[in-house]
Design a protein around this ligand. Structure first.
Ligand SMILES: [Zn+2]
Length: 93
């Protein structure tokens, strides 16, 4: 009990004593396009591009795709191009 109070005042903890799901440690995602150098994003390849949109057709955020800033920009561009040539829908339902 006394130790607990001391820890709170300290403002630090060793990570083991309390578990907060909001700040749970997540495995660092590695960018799928950096990981595979041979993988080239093709806006005509619907199956490939579909991995970066949700079921509503929205582009997934970086926290979901795990892509780096550079490749997230490429993904966004590819999805937008795919929409324009009707490979992907702008919206579903
Ligand atoms: Zn990358």
């Amino acid at each position: 009990m006394a130790d607990n109070k001391k820890n709170k005042r300290n403002g630090r903890n060793n990570g083991d004593n309390d578990y907060n799901p909001r700040y749970r440690k997540m495995r660092k995602k590695v960018c799928p396009l950096c990981a595979d150098k041979n993988l080239v994003l093709d806006y005509k390849n619907a199956d490939q591009i579909r991995k970066f949109v949700n079921d509503k057709g929205k582009i997934l955020p970086r926290r979901a795709t795990g892509a780096c800033a550079k490749h997230q920009r490429d993904i966004t561009l590819a999805v937008k191009r795919a929409r324009q040539i009707a490979v992907l829908p702008y919206t579903a339902e």
